[in-house]
Design a protein around this ligand. Structure first.
Ligand code: GLU
Length: 481
């Protein structure tokens, strides 16, 4: 293998959605491959027949594409190392499993699942670590042949050496050493002839000439088993880099119970793809000292990304930061795109979006106030209602005061005298109302804002007035006159 060639892989098991942690893995692999002019492989680890979901791979690929993560080799693309679906490589795994048996580093075992359950129960009851007890490790060749000939189901297990140690280097975690007595004799081939993750993963990483394995920390405990397989087959393992776990704010592992874990959920709520990429890049990595900027585009991330800067400690998923970042991207984004992305949310809320010019004004005014596009319709409710809703209901009383009535009467008259309300003429109108009523500042603006918007705070009054339009303003004011 050409040692200078960077080849990495994203190896999902298609489950029908992309977990936030998996997208981060895909992203880190993508950034690393692009930073180093390397190759990103997409390998579909679909050897678990029960977990297979129809259409999952197509969805996965289109989501990755949408998020700007392009792979170079993999399903539906050329590549010399295919097939890229593990379910199409079964004979390859079997061949190497048999080679491991031949070498004495793997063995046949014949327990039924009921027997394995009983073994587990017993170990639990004795307070021991649950693992295969090794009963079939040293069966004689004759015995194994006899059992195989009898046709009873079998598995092939890794023969983990006893009383030894396995050591490997990880770019993020440093040197990791584990006693082999703690490692289970992992099943490599299941009774249905399918490989387990461990066997298939190692063989494919080798045959696909993967140079670096970048993935989440949850896989770190599997590495010793993998190292034993590499060693037995005489292969050099790739470089390992395990990114830290993603945690809830209470430091538990990111889970559905505390929030969404599927990338699709975030996209559906109107988190922009740029936000998700930027946010996930920083979930377990940063560009280093003196690099305070946290808002980075994909290209900037590519140029800054190195594995040496991946963190060791767990990365806390901070939804407030995600919201802050998304608000930033929504504000800065190309307006036409934001409009196109936002309209479906208004439609879903049964709001009339037929007036394109009006929608443009509403969205361009209101986008600064939302953390995600899904919130735009609620935030913009005042433009779609015949009755003002008060942010603080008690404040409606203010509109019944004598001064307020004077303001509203004057405002109504001035608005009536205009053909159409624009931000410019509304400002003029307000000046006239000020002259007429001799009220100014908060004393003038608060009642007007309350009457038109239901709140003292919020978007620019003149722009609100333009969007509401002459008829609507008059109708809102008339309620209190
Ligand atoms: N198929 C594994 C997963 O679902 C791949 C883990 C690895 O990258 O080795 O994430």
């Amino acid at each position: 293998m050409d040692n200078t060639k960077i080849r990495v892989r994203y190896a999902p098991s298609p489950t029908g959605y992309i977990h936030i942690g998996n997208l981060r893995t895909a992203l880190y692999n993508y950034l690393f491959s692009r930073h180093n002019n390397g190759t990103l492989i997409l390998r579909v680890e679909d050897t678990d027949k029960e977990r297979k979901v129809e259409g999952a791979v197509e969805n996965l690929i289109s989501s990755l594409k949408l998020l700007g993560i392009e792979y170079d080799e993999g399903p539906f693309k050329d590549g010399e190392y295919g097939p890229y679906f593990q379910s199409e490589r079964l004979d390859i795994y079997m061949k190497y499993a048999l080679e491991l048996v031949e070498k004495g580093d793997a063995y046949y075992a014949f327990e039924t699942s009921a027997e394995l359950d009983a073994m587990r129960e017993k170990q639990l009851a004795e307070g021991k670590q649950t693992m295969y007890d090794g009963k079939a490790r040293d069966f004689s060749k004759e015995k194994v042949e006899e059992l195989l000939a009898s046709g009873i189901p079998y598995v092939i297990r890794l023969k983990v050496p006893r009383d030894s140690e396995v050591t490997f280097e990880d770019i993020v975690k440093g040197t990791v050493t584990i006693e082999t007595n703690l490692i289970d004799d992992q099943i490599l081939i299941k009774s249905d002839g399918y490989p387990t993750y461990h066997l298939a993963n190692v063989i494919d990483d080798h045959l696909m000439e993967v140079s670096h394995i970048i993935r989440g920390e949850e896989w770190v405990t599997s590495v010793p088993k993998h190292v034993l397989i590499y060693e037995s087959l005489g292969w050099k393992p790739p470089v390992f880099a395990h990114a830290p776990l993603i945690l809830n704010p209470d430091k538990s592992k990111l889970s559905k119970r505390q929030g969404d874990v599927a990338v699709e959920d975030y996209l559906r709520k109107g988190y922009l793809k740029e936000t998700l990429i930027n946010f996930l890049a920083f979930l377990g990595w940063n560009p280093g000292e003196g690099e305070e900027e946290e808002l980075l585009s994909m290209d900037e991330l590519i140029s800054k990304f190195t594995l040496e800067r991946v963190h060791k400690a767990g990365a806390i998923f901070n939804i407030d930061k995600l919201n802050w970042m998304n608000n930033h991207y929504i504000k800065e984004y190309d307006l036409d795109s934001i409009i196109n992305m936002s309209l479906p949310y208004f439609e879903k809320a049964n709001m009339d979006i037929s007036n394109a010019e009006r929608m443009l004004k509403i969205i361009s005014l209101m986008r600064v106030y939302v953390d995600k596009l899904e919130d735009l319709p609620v935030k913009s409710e005042m433009f779609f209602t015949d009755k003002v809703k008060f942010a603080i209901p008690e404040e409606e009383e203010i509109l019944k005061a004598e001064d307020s009535k004077r303001i509203m009467a004057s405002l109504k008259r001035e608005v009536e005298s205009e053909e159409k309300i624009t931000p410019e003429n509304f400002k003029e109108i307000m000046k006239k109302v000020q002259d007429e009523t001799k009220l100014k500042g908060k004393g003038l603006y608060k009642p007007v804002r309350l009457a038109l918007l239901g709140s003292e705070h919020g978007p620019d009054l003149a722009k609100v007035a333009e969007i509401l339009g002459k008829e609507q303003i008059i109708s809102f004011l008339s309620v209190y006159l």
